[in-house]
Design a protein around this ligand. Sequence first.
Ligand SMILES: [Zn+2]
Length: 425
Amino acid sequence: MNQTIFGCYLQTLVLFLVAITHAVRISYDGYKVYQVTPRTRVEADLLREFEEDIHFDFWSEIRAVDFPVDIMVAPGAQEEFEDFLDNQNLEYTTIIENVEEKIQEEDSRQRRQVRVDRGNVTFTEYMRHDEILAYIEQLTVDYPSIATTEVIGKSFEGRDLTVIRISSGASNKSIIFIEAAIHAREWIAPPVALYIINQLVENSNYTNMYEDIEWVIFPVVNPDGYEYTHTDARLWRKTRSTATICNGVDGNRNFDFQWMVTGASSWQCSETYAGRSAFSEVETQAVKNFFDSHRGRIKLFIDLHSYGRLLMFPWGYTSDPPSDFEELQSLGERVNDAITSVRGTNYTVGTAISILYPTSGGSRDYAKAVGGIDLSYTIELPAGGNAGFNPDASEIIPVVTEIWEGIKVFYDYVVEKYVNGTKTV
Ligand SMILES: [Zn+2]
């Protein structure tokens, strides 16, 4: 009898401990998303004041002028913010009344009944990190002569940082390197990386695309953050490294070029926290080490983000144009033309600083300035309607297929310039 009672007690205690130690999903109940459109530089500067405030989360970046900026605001700060906007005569609308409701809605619509079969890929649902790795590992089994994976590091929480190489024939070829999800919540980025992998490896129409070029694709740079957005906090952006007050570093402010110069924060709770030092994060170190060990071979670098429909190249930290501005602009426009031809989606092409506000410490600028990769781009993929970071899973296919047309243009250019040596721009 006593033993039974003790057993029950123990079971309750265990359940209680499981309940308190198992992470509870962060709720965004009452959080609103405002869309503010600064009409002058002064108005844009006013908005920048809120960037470091933990009650404010900039879903899209502040752009020069006349472009809407989406800002999520915590319940306690909304009244004051609305007063501020009214007083300053800033133009705004509320685009999401309650973020939690929106997330719940999407969860119920997108919650999967079954896991993706191990080794398979899907573009009708968002895949978890282990599913993504299982797929690329399966490709190395099914296509051993062209696909290999390599673990280029371990995340802060110990997950594999895995890249897939796609190549045939000679070694030491020119490399196209594509990475995604350094920002955890930008869920549309990994499917784009996966679709490129899928088309190259599994679509026999494209076998020529890895004969003269080696592709290296890193589908989830920040797997800890990515998993955290699935399990705990849908809108987590940073890595998951621990700190004294707030966890995580913005990986795209953590690279050692013009680190902490502009558009980055030294406050650890900020969404753009640059870290206690450049390359404090193991995830950014892994990218740096990959650049170092392939110096001279990487000809094109693409960093996939969302959201904004932007195709940006260096620099982010200075308005001085790069010496090869014309080439980068012209190539970007041709990539955009190819994307637009599919269903009319139009990207804004330009230097990051001309399209956005100044930023520094990102991988794109680092790749060009330190990595020696002349062709270096950030692609800000489209938002899902008004849904921000969580485009409905039904929007994955339209996005990945149109980007693929742009990727082909990038590929043709790299071949022309570096393989055939017949650059035409
Ligand atoms: Zn991003």
